[in-house]
Design a protein around this ligand. Structure first.
Ligand SMILES: [Zn+2]
Length: 642
């Protein structure tokens, strides 16, 4: 804490300013706090598991132990990877070079989808928006090497600069792939022009948050009429997706793809597809590729000063590709059952606090309250790890080739995802791996999910006082619950259907309340001229605001049963808010803040601390803040949604 700062003036600095001053962001990181440090510590634990497993060489073939240790060993074999250079790409490039007509182009695009190269569009499984007990195939817009359409089209200086840097990056990558300088420059121009045309048909980040904007379903034969130059039946046959209808996120984008299929010369397509492969494969190739990829995506765009050590990149790749194989070992060793029990109890208390809040709302009619409570009753909390693990027995991992292992992991992930399409939804599946230090809400399944990786200090500690647990993980639980009732979540009903359950007058009152939050964040600047996009961060900010309120209510209830003592002069109420400030208030590099303000629905850390607390009377009361303090929004501007 930095006690030289007044809690009522700047709670972000007060709660953890001294920690940030004493713990600068490590060179390889973009953000840093005790919470991020804990996330990195999970990777140390995974490393311990992998190194111990690698001591033995007699694991049964295709056992989880053989797979995770050979994957790790092949990734750590830097010499062999560097010696191979760009060679692992040769078979894929040969296929692209052989594209000679529309049929071979389409076939190659389909093959690239098998390898996670989703370009210019992709396909995935998803519960049906209107019947979420069924899984449908979903076609989504993709194909851009920069984060979103604005990077290609906006005229502000930072986007113009990013375009120049991106073009340099394209040239360097093509040179690494063996192109001469002139050929690389030409290829870069081709790719950049192609992606710019695609970008024009992409929805922007705010439009993408509107569920209705991406809610389109077509009979395959209708889609065939819309995009006559892509043979959908053949695509479905080749990918093994057996459906007669497809959800299409962005139909206008698919029309743009249709146009490219007709108007763009095959030679340009070949160049573009090669870039897409290079871009996806770079982190798994030799050092030169890894470094150039880092220079643009991590160093330039996010401000990282150096690459993470090789072992950590290997752990991250393995978590990504064989996540539940490795995660199973992780929870056996590092996730105590008592943590799960305590967490389940807290979730129950938070859900009950949300119920009290809904019943007590003065702006909502009983009819809508009834619906909101019905939705609350169907929430499905998941804690720690899946009850049923994925079966990796078909995955063939060898010690010999890292790139082949990566492809094998990718193929497994794609096949596993596609296998769900056309079936009833499997509620046992998880969207994050167990060691992940994060949490999520899925509106279609109405589930809140907390992997084992986040259930440790500073978020959660079985031995900590209630104030600290409710102030940190309690607010996270409250945040995920509130997502079920944010500007997006509130459009999904108790069964997870995209279906309006609001009376018109209640919806109007809700929207007036959310407009207050939009306005609050529009006025939060990260530097002169760059402020939050209130509509982009609305859902997360409703989550933080509602989360802090209901976690505080649940904490007060817990206090009645086990009154907490004052510690180091801080009342239990103060401890609660300090825990939140310390959990959320990380240091963030300016480049990463710019990226976040542009495309991340989460506000930056400072405003995630200041924003919700300055709306909460309980906070002002806990610290005795005067009504005109910076941390207290004037009554007329105070936001409260839930
Ligand atoms: Zn969230």
């Amino acid at each position: 804490m930095d006690k030289s700062v007044d809690a009522c003036t700047n709670f972000y600095d007060y709660a953890n300013g001294a920690w940030r001053a004493a713990n600068p962001i490590p060179a390889s990181m973009e953000r840093w706090s005790r919470r991020w440090a804990a996330g990195e510590q999970n990777k140390d634990q995974l490393k311990t598991i992998l190194e111990e497993t690698s001591q033995r060489h007699d694991w049964a073939a295709n056992s989880v132990e053989q797979q995770i240790s050979d994957f790790y060993g092949s990734c750590m074999d830097e010499k062999r990877i560097n010696a191979a250079g760009a060679k692992p790409l040769a078979p894929i490039f040969a296929e692209i070079d052989a594209i000679h007509d529309s049929a071979s182009l389409q076939k190659t695009i389909t093959h690239l989808h098998d390898l996670n190269v989703f370009t210019p569009f992709g396909s995935t499984s998803s519960p049906d928006n209107h019947n979420p007990t069924d899984v449908v195939g979903r076609i989504f817009a993709s194909g851009l090497g920069m984060p979103d359409r604005d990077y290609y089209l906006k005229t502000e200086k930072r986007f113009v600069e990013a375009r120049a840097k991106y073009r340099e990056h394209l040239v360097k990558m093509f040179q690494l792939a063996g192109y001469s300088k002139d050929a690389a420059k030409k290829a870069s121009d081709t790719v950049f022009a192609f992606e710019t045309r695609l970008a024009k048909s992409h929805l922007d980040n705010v439009q993408l948050r509107d569920p209705a904007a991406t809610d389109h379903k077509y009979m395959v034969k209708t889609l065939q009429v819309m995009t006559p130059h892509f043979n959908w039946n053949q695509y479905l046959q080749r990918t093994g997706i057996n459906v007669t209808e497809l959800a299409v996120d962005q139909p206008l984008f698919m029309e743009a793809v249709e146009h490219e299929l007709v108007a763009t010369p095959l030679s340009d397509w070949r160049t573009y597809l090669k870039w897409s492969v290079l871009n996806t494969a770079a982190p798994f190739l030799s050092d030169k590729f890894v470094k150039q990829d880092f220079e643009f995506y991590q160093a330039y765009l996010r401000g990282a000063k150096e690459m993470k050590p090789r072992w950590k990149r290997c752990v991250e790749a393995e978590d990504n590709l064989l996540g539940e194989a490795l995660g199973r070992k992780y929870v056996e060793r590092y996730f105590p059952p008592e943590a799960k029990a305590r967490m389940q109890e807290m979730v129950k208390n938070l859900l009950s606090a949300m119920g009290d809040t809904i019943r007590g709302l003065d702006w909502m009619t009983p009819a809508t309250k009834q619906r909101a409570l019905e939705k609350l009753a169907t929430f499905n909390p998941k804690v720690g790890y899946p009850d049923k693990w994925k079966d990796y027995s078909s995955v063939h991992i060898t010690p010999d080739s890292y790139f082949a292992n990566v492809l094998e992991g990718i193929r497994y992930g794609i096949a596993d995802d596609r296998s769900q399409i056309g079936k009833p939804v499997d509620r046992g599946r998880w969207g994050m791996t167990p060691p992940t230090s994060d949490a999520y809400y899925n509106p279609l399944l109405n589930e809140i999910v907390f992997p084992a990786g986040i259930l440790q200090p500073p978020a959660f500690d079985v031995n900590a006082v209630d104030a600290v647990n409710y102030g940190a993980i309690g607010v996270v639980i409250g945040h995920e619950i509130s997502h079920g009732f944010d500007d997006q979540g509130a459009q999904y009903d108790a069964q997870g259907r995209l279906n309006n359950w609001w009376t018109p007058e209640d919806l109007k009152a809700f929207q007036a309340r959310t407009a207050c939050v939009v306005d609050q964040f529009e006025n939060y600047f990260i530097e002169p001229g760059i402020h939050h996009n209130g509509k982009l961060v609305l859902g997360e900010s409703i989550g933080d605001l509602g989360g802090a309120k209901i976690a505080h209510l649940a904490f007060q209830k817990a206090q009645q049963q086990h009154p907490a003592p004052t510690l180091d002069g801080f009342t239990p109420e103060q401890q609660f808010f300090i825990a939140w400030g310390q959990f959320r208030g990380d240091a963030t590099r300016p480049e990463t803040m710019r990226m976040m303000v542009q495309g991340d629905p989460h506000p930056i850390a400072k405003y995630r601390v200041i924003g919700p607390l300055s709306n909460l009377p309980a906070f002002a009361q806990a610290f005795g803040c005067a009504a005109d303090s910076a941390m207290v929004r004037p009554a007329a501007k105070r936001c409260e949604v839930w």
